[in-house]
Design a protein around this ligand. Sequence first.
Ligand SMILES: Cc1cc2nc3c(=O)[nH]c(=O)nc-3n(C[C@H](O)[C@H](O)[C@H](O)COP(=O)(O)OP(=O)(O)OC[C@H]3O[C@@H](n4cnc5c(N)ncnc54)[C@H](O)[C@@H]3O)c2cc1C
Length: 477
Amino acid sequence: MDRIYNIGIIGGGVSGVVTALELAKYGIESILFEHKESVVNGPPFCHLHAGGNLYPDISDEQCKILLKQSIDMARLFPNSIDERPTFISVPKSEKYKVDKIRNRLDMLVEHYKGLIDEDPANEILGTPKEYYKTYTKKDLIELAEYPTFNRPNSLDKWMSNAIKLIDYEKLKTPVFLVQEYGWNLFRLGAQAQLALTKTEKCNLKMNTKVTSIKDVRSQNLDYNWEICTEEKVYKVNYLVNSCGFKTGDMDESLLLNTERLIEFKAAYISKWHHLPGLIPELIFHGERGTPNGMAQLTPYCEDYYQIHGMTTDITLFKDGLVQSKDNETQPEFNEDINQKLSHGWYKDEIKTRTKNAIAFVTKFVPKFESATVGGPPLFGAQQIHGNDPKRRVGEVSFPCKSYARSEIIKASSALAVANKIITKIQEEEIIPLIQKKINRNFLLERISKKEIDKLASELAVQRGYPKALSRLVIERE
Ligand SMILES: Cc1cc2nc3c(=O)[nH]c(=O)nc-3n(C[C@H](O)[C@H](O)[C@H](O)COP(=O)(O)OP(=O)(O)OC[C@H]3O[C@@H](n4cnc5c(N)ncnc54)[C@H](O)[C@@H]3O)c2cc1C
C-alpha cells in the first residue's frame, strides 16, 4: 500500500524548507516537492530587513514585526548573515523627512531592548545603543578626513569609508548607519538543502513539479489530499502550499478564490574596481516607481556589487505588478516576464538594465561610473496577498481544514509561518502535541561552515552567478 504522509509541502523556497526543517526537528515526517533542481531557488534576497528601514512608507507595526522576525531567522541561519551595516539617507530632492526616520529608529531601539529582555540571545544586532547612529554634516566632513579602514570595526569607521565615496551635498542631513545586515540566499539554501538531505524525517523531492491537488476530505479515506506529480500521486493528511508567487495555482486546483498581487523584480550584478576598505550597504531613499525611486547598492566579495533601483528602467517592470481577476485566482504576467521567468534574459537587456542601474547609483556615488556588468541579474516574482502593494509583512492563512497557504513577502517571515502551521497541525490533531517547544534547530546546527561554503559556491555557479556571491563580506569565525 502507498505510504500516507502526515504533511505534504509544495514549494522548496525559504518558506517550504523552514517549515520542513522545523517539523523534522520535532521528529515529524513530511514530503517536500520542489520543481527546480535545488531549494531556495526562487526570487532572491540580499537584505535582512531587521527593522524595515528600507520602507519609509510602511507602518511602525510592520517595522517591529520585521525586526523580530529577522532576528529569529538570523539566529536560525547565522552562516547566511553578513554583519555589515546599512547607510540610510534621503536625497534633498525627495519628500521623506529625516526626523521621521530618526523617530522610527528610536521606536525600533525600544522594541529591540524589549526583545533582548525577553531573551538575551536576541542581541544579534549589537547593543540597542549601537542599533543606529546619526551623522550630521559636520560629522561627515570630519569622517571624510579619516584614513580608510580595511575592515571597519565601528560604525564611525564604516561611515568614514562610505562617505569618501558619496556626494553627500545631494543628501539631507543627518544621515544614518543602521545594523540592518546582508543576507546570503546561496548560503541559506545550501544549509537548508544539506540539513534536509541528511534528515530521514523529510522526503525531499527536487526536480518534481506538482501538477494538481485533489481534495478527498469528504471521501472517508485515511488521508485528506492527493498531490499529483507527473510520475505519481502522493497521499497526505495536511497540505502546505508554499509555492511563492504560484500559490494561486494550487488554490485554483482546489477551487479557492483569493485576492492577491504578484510582482516581478530584478537586481543587477556589477563589478567595480577594488576599494581599499569595506563599505556598508548604501540606501538613497526615493519614491518607488518614480524616476527617483530608491537606489540600493549591496556589497559582495571580490568587488561585486548588487544594485536595486526602484524605477521601471531598473528593478521594476512595466506591468510587473499584476492583480488577480475575479474569475482567476492565479494572476498572470505578460509574455516578456514569463519568458524571463522560464527561459532567462536576453543578453542585450542584461547589459542595458545593468548599465541603467550603474548610472542610477553614480548620481550619489560618482566614482561608481567605472563599474561594469558583473553577471546575470538576480530576479524573480513574489506574492503579496490582498490588494495593498505596499504591504511588506505577510504570513500564513488557513483557508480550509487541513490546508495552510504561506503568504510571505519577505524571507524573514518564514519561521513565523512555520511555527503557525505547526500549531495549526497540532490543533487539528494530525500530529501529537509538542510538549516542549525549542527555538534552536539541531538539524541546521550540525551542518558545518565548510559544507555550507562548498554547496553555496556550487549553487551560485550552477545558477550562472560568480562564485564570490556565495561568500560573506564579513567572514564568520
Ligand atoms: C528582486 C527581489 C529582491 C528581494 N529582496 C529581498 C530581500 O532583500 N530580503 C527579503 O527578506 N526578501 C526579499 N525578497 C522577497 C523574497 O525573495 C521572498 O519573500 C521569498 O523568496 C519568498 O519565499 P517563498 O518560499 O514564499 O517563495 P519562493 O521562494 O518563490 O518559493 C516557492 C517555491 O515553490 C516552487 N514551486 C512553485 N510551484 C510549484 C509546483 N507546482 N510544484 C513544485 N514546486 C513548485 C518554486 O519552484 C519555488 O522554489 C526579494 C524579492 C525579489 C523579487
